[in-house]
Design a protein around this ligand. Sequence first.
Ligand code: AMP
Ligand code: MG
Length: 332
Amino acid sequence: METRILGRTRGRFDEAAAFLKAGEVVAFHTETVYGLGANAFDDEAVLKVFALKGRPADNPLIVHVHGDYDIAPLIDGEPPYAAALRAAFLPGPLTMVYPSTGKVSKYVSCGLNTLAIRVPSSPVAQAFLRAADLPVAAPSANLSKHVSPVTAQHVYDDFHGRIPLILDGGACSGGIESTVLDCTGEIPQILREGLVTREMIASVAGDCGIYRRKEGERPKSPGMAYKHYSPRCETAFCRSAEEANAIYDREKARGGAPCILCESGAIAALGGRAALDLGGTGEEMAQRLYALLRRAETAATLLIGIEPRVRGGVMAGVMNRMLRAFGGDHET
Ligand code: AMP
Ligand code: MG
């Protein structure tokens, strides 16, 4: 199968929608990362997404809809704070988990009695979802465990020859996946941190918890239990430039090509060693992280991450992704 990357081509949204309705899987730009979408009502198409990615069968998918899509038939009621959160943050990088009515394919939620729904703000995603006028089940468009894609080329690198088309919307402005928020309880609870922060949610809903899995309990957001976001090179993670420099010099001495990934403020302490600059703010780091991880895996034998000092806001989400990318903390 030829995989086409469609930029500003006339009719591309209708073409993508037609593929979707025919049971095919298509990739599309969103403001967080690129998604790999299937008609959420179509069992076989949803299973195709799992097969294409090599995704574990117990890791549920988020359903994407356009801004005017009526989600009422898909969800079994909602708490009072949910409407306020929708008004404040949608369309945008916030996924809301509701009690499900079971109308979409049972493979979307992997046996959970909830359904995760998101309304992306990307104009490309919106136009595609409007043309389809269906709920589109879409995880990130990367092979399972690999780094999430933030350009159409990243999607192509993982899936060329296996999907018919990629709706190109350029580089993703957000850069890390959506915040996943459990809206089934009395107060909302964050299952996965992202660009919409706990403070932002609490300022609208009055309160906001962060889910921590209890011993022996089935995780509420199964995806968080897996190894994730891993570049295909050796990695090391440290807390200081001194430590990173020592590891770097050892790798260089044995003939390797090391590289250090760190916030802008740490670069001066690296003494000219090869570095990838994450930026100075949480937003910059979110936007650059995955693209830099993908660049590192093609160029470096060893990628050495330095823990950023910047804290607060979206840094909770950035740190979560960094720790996973560098091989630690597979459980939340
Ligand atoms: P991805 O789209 O690849 O970023 O993965 C989707 C994330 O949403 C995973 O971490 C899933 O565990 C989570 N998710 C999807 N559906 C649900 C749901 N019904 N309840 C809780 N988490 C969900
Ligand atoms: Mg993913």
